[in-house]
Design a protein around this ligand. Sequence first.
Ligand code: NI
Length: 180
Amino acid sequence: MPIKTLLKMGDPKLFEVSEPVEKFNNPELNELIQDMLDTKEASGGVGIAAPQIGINKRIMIFGFEGSVRYPNEKPVPLTILINPEIFPLTDEKIEGWEGCLSVPGMRGMVPRFKKIKYTGFDPQGNKIEIIAENFHARMVQHECDHLDGILYPMRITDMKNFGYEDVLWEKITRVATPEV
Ligand code: NI
């Protein structure tokens, strides 16, 4: 299965609002999802959205068992989520470090809702409805933003907390995650 080229920040396709998926459970959709899975796997990312491989469809994949990129975070099951919607369950936002395969080598501190409900569909068209907190909720909000043409640097509130991974790494790994 082909590993696709990841688009990087600056590519106009990353700033587009993506179109909803209308037909489920078909070879074209399955092939696209397989490409996303392969590309996510090869890159070591915890999440990927279709626009990152140049397809402006509302499809995202996230989840990991243990991540080198996010060593402090609890595992999240691999989830393929199509046409997602997010409903904040609290007004509370928490700050946390994020990185992105489309912004290689960098990290930034981003505020996100602490607790959300998200809905969407799996590739067969079955409804998904999950309540998530902390990093799980953060990941879903980050990926969902990709479908609306938003990259995490656009949400950073203090640009002093945006920089190169190798410079920030000690700071990032020293931060205990809120749920552990
Ligand atoms: Ni990203």
